[in-house]
Design a protein around this ligand. Structure first.
Ligand SMILES: C[S@@+](CC[C@H](N)C(=O)[O-])C[C@H]1O[C@@H](n2cnc3c(N)ncnc32)[C@H](O)[C@@H]1O
Length: 246
């Protein structure tokens, strides 16, 4: 990583909302905001990896005070330029370690962003950092995919997630280290551009242990924001760990 904006520098930030347009649709955002507003219960919310404000802005519009942390000034500049963007406090820094004043009823890390921390130590540090920001009884909400290792036959290490004329995407897995990368190819005017974002994939049970190391305990786990049951077939989960009230 050679850019101070991490893996979301200016060229990625410039096209982020458009290239993730499905995730900005009202039926994708609405259930997230409903869920988080309920968890906030009148208190403050902390978004790790606030980005361009996909969730922070509608959550703040619901009356929940939101503070964000993000490494990428380029992403945060997009948030600032949107209506209501000046109402969201943002601290530039690494969400595994960055401290923010005050305490929060809910902290949240959505859209697979926990996997942007590419070591187990950094993911463990992130849980500790969040626990230090939660008020007693507060909770940490994470939305992340279940690693797709069942799609890997022996000898294969790539799983496509989008195949289209204008966009190609596939993930590669190293099952020895839990290292993973998303490879993105975009085609426009006959020219292809390529970028890669590294991740560390992480299992639900491993996240539960990280939470326990940080003094948190699992309260809820669902397949999605509308509280669909989490089963052996679920491709992602929404998990909620709470900081004990006493
Ligand atoms: C996939 S985007 C998600 C943005 C927003 N949460 C959303 O749902 O649209 C991931 C964001 O997390 C930020 N990010 C990734 N790793 C980070 C880290 N270690 N510390 C702070 N921000 C980070 C990126 O800069 C980017 O803005």
């Amino acid at each position: 990583m050679d850019d101070e904006d991490g893996y979301f520098p200016e060229p990625i930030a410039a096209t982020y909302d458009e290239s993730s347009s499905d995730m900005f649709a009202p039926d994708a955002v609405g259930p997230v905001v409903d869920f988080l507003a309920e968890q906030a219960g009148g208190g403050r919310a902390l978004e790790l990896g606030v980005g361009t404000g996909r969730i922070a802005l509608p959550l703040a519009a619901r009356g929940v005070p939101v503070h964000g942390i993000d490494l990428s000034r380029a992403m945060v500049a997009r948030l600032r330029a949107k209506p209501g963007g000046d109402a969201i406090g943002v601290t530039i820094g690494d969400f595994a370690t960055t401290k923010v004043d005050g305490d929060f009823s809910v902290a949240y890390l959505v859209f697979n962003t926990i996997m942007n921390l590419t070591t187990q130590d950094a993911q463990v540090a992130c849980f500790r950092n969040v626990a230090g920001h939660l008020a007693p009884g507060g909770c940490f909400v994470v939305e992340v995919m279940v690693p797709e290792l069942r799609k890997l036959p022996p000898g294969q290490h790539a799983v496509p997630f989008h195949v289209g004329a204008e966009r190609l995407g596939f993930d590669t897995y190293d099952v020895a280290t839990q290292a993973m990368s998303s490879h993105h190819v975009r085609v426009a005017d006959g020219q292809a551009t390529y970028f890669e974002i590294p991740f560390r994939y992480v299992w639900p049970a491993e996240l539960d242990l990280m939470a326990r190391l940080a003094g948190l305990r699992l309260r809820e786990r669902w397949e999605g924001w509308a509280r669909e049951p989490f089963t052996h077939d679920s491709g992602r989960h929404v998990s909620v760990w709470e900081k004990p009230a006493h």
